[in-house]
Design a protein around this ligand. Sequence first.
Ligand SMILES: *[C@@H]1O[C@H](CO)[C@@H](O)[C@H](O)[C@H]1NC(C)=O
Length: 595
Amino acid sequence: MKLVYWLFLSLAFAHGDMEDMPMANSDNHDSHNDISDGSNEMSTTGNSVDSSNMESMASMVPIPHVMKHMHGMPILQTELLPQERLFWENYNATNYINYPNNNKTAMSLYFVFMTISFIFINPILMVINNLNPQSINYLIGLVINSGIALFGLFNYSIFIHSIPDLYPGNVFNKFNWIYAVTVIGQLIFTVLKIGYLRQSQYKSIDQIDSPAITLYDLSRNQSPNSFDLNDDETHIDNSDNDHDERFTNDLSNHLNFVKGKFNVNKIFDNSLISRIIDSVGKISVIVFNILNWFNFLFIFVYIPTGIATFGLFGQGKTVFNLLAHFIKGGIFFFLGVISLARYCGAFQNKGWAWNYKFITSESFGWWSKIQPKGLITMEFIESFLIFFYGITNVFMEHLANPGGKWSAKDLEHASIAFIYIGAGFSGLLVEHKLNDWRFDYSKNIDDKSIIKSSPGFSPNPFPILTIFWTGILMSQHQQASELSTKIHSQWGTMFVYGTAFRFLTYILNLILSKPPSLDMMIRPSQPITELLVSFCLISGGMIFMESCDPIVLALEYKGYDAMFTLNIALGVTCLLMAWIMVVFQFKNFIKNKYY
Ligand SMILES: *[C@@H]1O[C@H](CO)[C@@H](O)[C@H](O)[C@H]1NC(C)=O
């Protein structure tokens, strides 16, 4: 993510670098003069070329191809029609980064500290909390990370108050306030949550004679962490006794320490206080989980908004074009990240990591109960989201033109939404149809206690069909400029490749023989094609975001071509994928070593 960030920042820099060109700052009168000068110059050069052609054919050096359309050149240095020249000479490339200001240090500190906090520390903390919700190491890490984030935000505040409001009405200032509040909130609720979880353990140990059993029960059955992604329903647990013992000893030490300070029984005997503590504790666990996920996922909204704000992209009416690209591109980007996470084993307990999932008659938990016989697959979720998105999108396309008539462009875009509604609904129907198939296909092992099961996927083509057609349509969508058309076709093509690889994943899953043991079946199967799916979706989503009008104009102004943007997007995608895999490797390492 850091690199995505720097990519867009460098684009923003590029956007602004030209500001000090004299023509960009000239007023209208001057630019009119420039235009006439420019066209005169052009025609004179044209004439001189013609005449020199006539005169000096003999002395000419033969070249196979002369560049008529200069690439890699700022647009003002290329041949332009008069009205184009008028536009580009008045193009204002000012932004927050190149605006003259004495607090550049505060701005840099803000970028560096937020990057460290958001991209490097936050995911690691998510992992630690996921493995052990009462970890004191997590609390220590969180205190450090919150300090880093708040220091970053403090620098943002210094910077933003030292510069005029270049982007009136932007939401980014509010975002920073929201984040400051949620960061502090998360810190407070982490303390409450960890205190509660640890205390309820002391309590149980104190009341029941055998601490080992209590601990075992607690960790397996009564996990108060209602959002825990690791709820083990039929999950086969390999936790070794060593760990349990170590944990128990550790806990008794703590307990003795607590007992020395005050009498635990006395507090918990009072049932009113006990009940209040209990409900406050339960609430703080829930609030903590909400804040934890919010602060983690916020990055996917915060960084794009920050890029748009710092680059001054999308002011006035262009905001709708920017939003449409950022939201939709962001969704595909996110889908790519999710695909990689699934490959690495995320959601294994739900059967969404390309692994088999079995629910036995002894399984407990609401999630097991509400599932159909063939379980809910990722294809169901995808179809549902596509369907839902299609419905909302019919109205969203009309936002730029509220109350007015539906323009042809509105209708053209809304017609794409109908593909989504139809394909999403078909996908849901196919999921229903394949319910029995998933159960029959996966269950045939000699375990009579299995009442629900899934091979971890549905051979349901509709989610990929939707993305495939989005890609095809977009790679053929004619845009105003050549660069924009090229970039649209880049991400369109990426989506087409991505869906092709996902299709191969289904084929591979269907033709490869089943793993020989139950233990291997419930492990993530890591289909090779999924890494390519993820690659295509992440880079396609990123290029999608970058293909909005304001950013394309900025690229053209500076003279970047389509290959440059593609190279950067592919490079950033690979680095990002590497970082995501490092995070999951870290999780596996910690899990194998300590749990
Ligand atoms: C460009 O925009 C900035 C910020 O909005 C403004 O301060 C500056 O005067 C503008 N420049 C021109 C030449 O209009």
